[in-house]
Design a protein around this ligand. Sequence first.
Ligand code: FAD
Length: 429
Amino acid sequence: MKEHSFWSDTVEAFSPAPHDWPSRMDVAIVGGGYTGLSAARELARGGARVAVLEANTLGWGASSRNGGMVLTGLKASAGALVKRFGMETARALFCTSLDAISYVEQVVNEESIACDFRRRGHIELAYKPGHFAGFIREAELLQKHFQHPVRLVDKAHLGDEIETDLYHGGLVDETSAGVNPAQYAAGLASAAERAGAWLFEETRVTRIERSAANGLGFDVVTSRGKLHADQVMIATNGYTERLVPWLQRRIIPIGSYIIATKPLPPELAQRVSRHRRMMFDSKNFLYYFRLSADNRMIFGGRAGFMPANANTVRESAAILRRGMLEVYPQLKDIAVEYAWGGTLGFTFDLLPHAGTTAEDIHYALGCGGHGVALLSYLGACVAQRIAGRRIENPLFTLPFPTAPANLYRGNPWFLPLAGLYYRLLDAVS
Ligand SMILES: Cc1cc2nc3c(=O)[nH]c(=O)nc-3n(C[C@H](O)[C@H](O)[C@H](O)COP(=O)(O)OP(=O)(O)OC[C@H]3O[C@@H](n4cnc5c(N)ncnc54)[C@H](O)[C@@H]3O)c2cc1C
């Protein structure tokens, strides 16, 4: 079994053009995933001198390792958003997710990125009969109050979507899309470079300080040298460390793991996913799964909350394979060829956040498993804001919470407890 992302084997690694180390830039962006690259493309198209500073290779983080699900909605359900924020803000938040998908579609088309972006829709699958009752309420809310079309599929008709006995119905949303995430990341890097951004790999930012010269702008200290930037943006999501402690206290890094099988015979692939949708279930410890373009079953989940070690990917692969066979016993003879993991960025209110810190550092992060579209879009919105445009979006103005009483400083000690709590919820809900 190969212990790296299947998607990375489907794309030529993108090598950025070499540049001499710049002493000055208009904007320095820390992190070369969707957020940073999307912001860089937008800024460079507006004529700014932008450097993307990536500690590893471009797209190395979650952006080349994810499930490639380009989903409507946020981590919190529409119903939960209405309860917390009222109808108007909830609708605005939900609409952001729709705008984000359209944004990705537009970029993919404008830049001719070959990344298998297709609006195949998603289906959420009810793990318990009571979860389907929740789907009925969610569907009514989405249709009546958000004017967003979705379709319920009861257990008797679930075979039209997926060949499994495990689930108790589904909620189909045709607006969602699927993408090959690594091809999208490489295409975005290439587009940012074509627009004029300077992209630096193997360049870790170690310190950001107000400029010593005149207090205007920032000195950005990196493993390659120092540069002065008028503005700085943090685009490190689940890989956020101590660079900006205020952000680190607000982002919870959580590992997620994926296996990819050998390609399924076409007839079997057709049975396990009739419409090749993005699929996920209604558990807190959810499974998410889909077919790749070459008919592999890509099956992911949060296999464990404990800190990762050298065995974690292998152990996670075994857990995920058991999960896959729970959904699809008919895949018992199909070998798992790849297993890998990556780090998601969660927040304490389960919402993404974008904006500017008290030190005038820009950021967009924290989408959980909805970052493919949302962080591409929010990265571009932050770029527009840096360029002086007014952005009307609640994700820029909602309070960005951290844990009470300074209980969290970047070491998520509470994750094993949270894992137990969510497993218990899954057992009793
Ligand atoms: C296994 C998995 C499955 C997922 N599935 C989905 C899905 O199906 N759909 C969906 O919408 N979302 C999914 N996500 C989430 C999605 O992938 C992320 O939200 C998104 O890729 C984040 O993009 P980003 O650019 O903000 O961060 P990343 O792509 O994580 O990039 C951050 C980068 O910052 C760099 N960095 C960190 N610190 C420094 C530093 N000091 N100096 C320089 N560089 C630094 C890192 O090297 C990294 O490359 C998944 C995530 C994982 C891990």
